[in-house]
Design a binder for this molecule. Sequence first.
Ligand SMILES: [Zn+2]
Length: 505
Amino acid sequence: MMILTRLHRPALALLVAISATVGCSGSTPDEPLPPEAAQTPEETRIPEPPAEETTQAGDADRPNIVLIVLDALRADRVEADRGGTPVMPRLHAFAETSRYFTRAYAQSTWTKPSMASLFTSTYPGVHNVLFGTPMNLVEGQRTTADRLPEECETLAETLQAAGYRTIGVQTNGNMTRALGMAQGFDVYLERAYPAWRAKDVTNQALEQLAAGDEPFLLFLHYMDPHGPYDPPEAHRVAFPDFPAPPEDDLAVMEDYAFWYNDQVLHDVGLKAERETPDFSPEGEAYVRALYDGDCRYADAEVGRLLDAVYAGHPDTVTVILADHGEELWDHGSIGHGKTVYEELARVPLVLHVPGVPPERIDSPVELLDVLPTLASIVGIAPRPGWQGRNLLAREGLDPDRAVFTRTWSSLRETGIDLAAVIQGSTKLIYDRAAQTYALYDLDADPLERAPLEDALRLRRLAALLEAHDAANAEHPERRQPQQTELDEEALRDLEAQGYGGVRRP
Ligand SMILES: [Zn+2]
């Protein structure tokens, strides 16, 4: 889902300004590294990417690639436990045998812009895939959504052109073929969550792997940490302290999508009165437990997939990440897409490359680094338009690198327009709609509760944001927004996941 609640300002008046916003973020991947980054030990261990495409190596020598997206998985869940029981034991163990990036940032805090950045290695201000589906304030008012333009070269297209058999299995209504997300996939199997759950994603993927040639790219988009939260019984009883469902909140939870959108519409000023109540404290605790249960379920299914992949293909390169995190009342609400706080912007990122020693890396990195990194591993020359860095080279390990995230929420109507830059422990959030800044020190205030007064630091980070916007505005591959019409089935799938739609069944 995405948007949501607790915005303390009316947003309608800002609609025109938001709609007119096209540029946004930029990067400076070519900036010289500071001396300390150039001295990292990784420089001596990991080769730089080839300067030119090395197709003469032959496709058969290229490693298989598995790219796993766990939708809405918070970065802090990887190492979390509930009552002493680990929430994601398989992912945690796998991270410890891999390059484990503890400060990875998604380029947006809801699915579609974030995934468009992952697939194209460009910021949202370049690809301009920003908005989701209709809110249906009036039935049928708007049935279009932004799509990934065909002109974009995607990760799957790049690997397909290099001889990979490309397979996608996905369950998010914002990742459909109709929205341009199947570009470059030989096979793209999709059914919206919860019709397909984690077990189905793993089963479908393993069936495909058994069927064909190598090298393969296998992309899996698991939705189970995403709302509505509903873990299988086995992943509830696994936690000794899993709470009983609170009676008072059951009705609210059964009509989750309606409750969610009721909150959203009210909090952005588009609905005068709420029709649903807030959760009780017991209800909130129960929702957090459900979320952990879904994380544990996804973890088990990812573990089952990895066991099968590595049994048959030990040289596989695997990347595991989330497209964004999830708020669980950290800043007054649940869901994602509505803010750029750490619980949403920071995501897990695990890169497993056979032969590359495991390491925990605390330098800030971005999801749009994944494509240049994979390209370097398989020997594909970097494209000039890519804005990410190679995470296996020293350029990807700069502790002082500025990283960026953005959101407009999935709904144009909300008027949300937030940008953030993080450098070191300093984070600046710029509310473009309200024209206000909030500065945080993430070491001193990791929960982002108390904005700092520090004019000097603020100006320094505001200048980084400005330069970032300017770089995106001038990017030679900057796209115009494109929309596509969604059919009734696509709209209903999205509504079931909490996106748009306020129709009662
Ligand atoms: Zn998502």
